[in-house]
Design a protein around this ligand. Structure first.
Ligand SMILES: *[C@@H]1O[C@H](CO)[C@@H](O)[C@H](O)[C@H]1NC(C)=O
Length: 218
C-alpha cells in the first residue's frame, strides 16, 4: 500500500459530498476572520471596552473566552467531519500513530508554551485593546518560530488527521495552513504598527524629559 503521491490522488480519497467537510472548512476560515474584524473594530472604536464600562482588561478576557469557545466548536466540527470521511490503510499502523502523537505533543506544547509566555491578553489580541507587551518575547517557543500558536495549531490538525487515518484531514490541514498564513500576513504588519506607535510616543516622551505613560482614557 503506497501513500497518495499527488494532490490529485489525495482528492480522490476525500468524500466531497459530505456537508460536514464544508462546514469544518468554513469554521476554520471563520475564526481568524471573526477575531480580526472584532479586534480591528475594537482598536478603532473601543466598542468592546465601552461595552465593559471602560475596563479594557475585562473586554479582552471576554473576547479571549469567545475565541477560545469558537476554537472548541471548530475542533468539534473537524472531528465530526473526519468521522464522515473514508480512512486509508496507508495511514494505519504504529508508525503513523507515533507521528500523530508526536505532532499532537509538539503542537500542543507550542500553543500552551506561547500562551504561557504571552499571557491571556498577549495571546488574545490585547494589543488591539491598548494592553501592550513591554517588549518582544524571545523565549521558547518564540526562538523556534514567530507564530508558534498558528504552527502549533496546524500540527495538531495534522496529528488528528493521522490519528484518525483520514486523508481528508490532511487536506483540511492544508486549508488550515493557508488560512493561518493569510492571517499572519494580515495581522503582523498591523500589530507592528501598534508597537511602532507606542515606541514613537515613548521616544518623544523621553526626548521631552517626561515619563512615558500609556493612555488610560478611551
Ligand atoms: C529555545 O529555547 C529553549 C529554552 O530556553 C532551548 O532549550 C532551545 O535550545 C532554544 N532553541 C533554539 C533553536 O535556540
Amino acid at each position: 500500500m503506497s501513500l497518495p503521491t499527488s494532490l490529485a490522488e489525495l482528492t480522490d480519497l476525500v468524500d466531497f459530498n459530505q456537508r460536514s467537510l464544508l462546514i469544518s472548512a468554513a469554521a476554520i476560515a471563520f475564526n481568524p476572520t471573526f477575531w480580526n474584524i472584532v479586534a480591528r473594530r475594537e482598536y478603532r472604536t473601543k466598542f468592546l471596552t465601552r461595552l465593559f464600562g471602560g475596563n479594557r482588561q475585562a473586554a479582552c478576557y471576554a473576547l479571549a473566552a469567545t475565541i477560545f469557545s469558537l476554537g472548541l466548536i471548530r475542533d468539534f466540527l473537524y472531528e465530526r467531519a473526519l468521522r464522515d470521511q473514508p480512512s486509508h490503510p496507508a495511514l494505519e499502523g504504529p508508525l503513523v500513530n507515533y507521528a500523530a502523537y508526536a505532532l499532537l505533543a509538539v503542537g500542543n506544547l507550542f500553543v500552551i508554551s506561547s500562551t504561557w509566555q504571552l499571557g491571556i491578553t498577549g495571546t488574545f489580541l490585547g494589543d488591539y485593546f491598548g494592553i501592550l507587551m513591554d517588549g518582544i518575547v524571545t523565549g521558547f517557543p518564540f526562538n523556534i518560530t514567530n507564530a508558534p500558536m498558528y504552527y502549533g495549531s496546524t500540527m495538531s490538525f495534522l496529528g488528528t488527521a493521522l490519528l484518525y487515518g483520514k486523508p481528508a484531514g490532511i487536506l483540511i490541514t492544508l486549508h488550515v495552513l493557508v488560512v493561518y498564513l493569510i492571517a499572519i500576513q494580515f495581522e503582523n504588519p498591523f500589530t507592528a504598527g501598534i508597537y511602532a506607535k507606542r515606541d514613537k510616543e515613548r521616544a518623544q516622551a523621553k526626548a521631552a524629559g517626561k515619563p512615558y505613560e500609556e493612555k488610560k482614557e478611551l
